[in-house]
Ligand binder design. Structure first.
Ligand code: FES
Length: 105
């Protein structure tokens, strides 16, 4: 089983099963984390799936597209480890990935 650890805004940490080919956003939502709204359902137009990725995995992530970059630029909570979780397809190389749900804008 591949593992994805999610840290909520309240600081609670839970490890769930990571499914290859499924977006990190979908994995988080399907495991009942209400903090992550994902209002556009993954079409990269809302930024309500903003997460902070553990730095040890940042370079292993799929490259950021310009539309994702622009949406993150509009967030007042962007950091060097920010990504939109709907744009990260989980894969075996991300086994052990840790993501923290970013504060709401
Ligand atoms: S779910 Fe809307 S940008 Fe990711």
């Amino acid at each position: 089983m591949s593992a994805l650890t999610v840290i909520t805004r309240a600081g609670e940490e839970q490890t769930v099963e990571g499914k290859c080919g499924v977006s990190v956003m979908e994995i988080i939502r399907s495991n009942g984390f209400g903090d992550l709204l994902a209002l556009c359902s993954g079409s990269c137009s809302c930024a309500t799936c903003h997460v902070y990725v553990g730095p040890e995995f940042y370079d292993a992530l799929p490259a950021m597209r310009e539309d994702e970059n622009e949406l993150l630029d509009a967030s007042s909570h962007r950091t060097a480890n920010s990504r939109l979780s709907c744009q990260i397809a989980f894969s075996d190389i991300l086994d052990g990935l840790r993501v923290t749900i970013a504060p709401e804008d």
